[in-house]
Design a protein around this ligand. Sequence first.
Ligand code: ASP
Ligand code: MG
Length: 402
Amino acid sequence: MGLIVQKFGGSSVANTERVMNVAKIVTDTYKKGNDVVVVVSAQGDTTDDLIAKAKEISSHNSKREMDMLMAAGEQISIALLAMAIEELGCPAISLLGWQAGFRTNSVYSAARIKKVEANRIRTELDNRKIVVVAGFQGINKYQDMTTLGRGGSDTSAVAIAAALNADRCQIFTDVDGVYTADPRKVKDARRLEEITYDEMLELATLGAQVLNNRSVEMAKKYNVELEVISSLNPIPGTIVKETTKMEKMLVRGVTKDKDVSRISIVGVEDVPGIAFKIFSQLAKHNINVDIILQSVGRDGTKDIAFTVSTANEEEAVECVKSLPFIGGAKVVSDNSVAKVSVVGAGMETHPGTASKMFEALYGKGINIQMISTSEIKISVLIDEDDADKAVSAVHDAFFGND
Ligand code: ASP
Ligand code: MG
């Protein structure tokens, strides 16, 4: 018995049957004597549909109104789930983000949670209610609705688990855990019993779509143990925590991310301060930069290339072009690229991980355009059309026939 936070993503509540399925899982947990807080996302493609509706009006709608709109999706699912729970005979109450105490900063559509004032949730739990909270949303200092960025409900769940000091935080989804590669694409992919926060963070950031990366960051910060588990087949899933007892695997997973664009600046003046000015300009526009490559200078000029998420491509190009010293340099962007990465805390102490990955790519005739590494990951930028082939080949190199 304890306090359990359970989060269900959009696909887990996509229709009435799924909502009833979730209500069953939640009430089973409650009937065992646990206090239960449930965090839900909008049903199915609701958020995408809302965004599409807004785009019919304009491509540059006010960010405040976009958040007001997007937050509506979760309002539907919390009400329906609360009804479904009551239908199964347990008391429930739904709360929007602001009612649940989510205070955020004012960066619309990418707001950060400042704190969760959880007294309302606590009061409802004390009354033996199952509390159903809208994920992905909060309220800023102007009392306006904010959203946390796509996939933000995972972060809502972790924030509640941290604020309430919950005994467990379960992230229910449509896969039954974290795999060594996308099991829908790589047939030998294996489910992991455990993974560290750092490894999960890399995998999440690099495109494994199981957990939102900010949620993992927050779980690590507040030491909230996460369980990634299937809502359709709730057998024990993958545990995400600080250290794993399992023998260190060299590589924990292989991922791909197609949501990448490369911006190249060709022939910029080779003097001090150029990189600083370019990247501080991008930072001012809240554009996150990933892999950066700078060429050796020649004839007084050099080339700089970097990657951003495709949503930021246009803005990044404009940003760079607006810099006075760009002058005659050519600024070009390309979104037909993908990033393939291997992640594993074990590689820190094992030389040869990179060469093994590159060999696998070479074996399939795949050209590497950019490389970046850290202690626990290696990423390469390749042609988008090669991405699936690359993941299979690299996965096979590390996990094949043993
Ligand atoms: N409904 C939001 C989205 O689609 C938040 C979430 O699903 O976590 O991004
Ligand atoms: Mg999600």
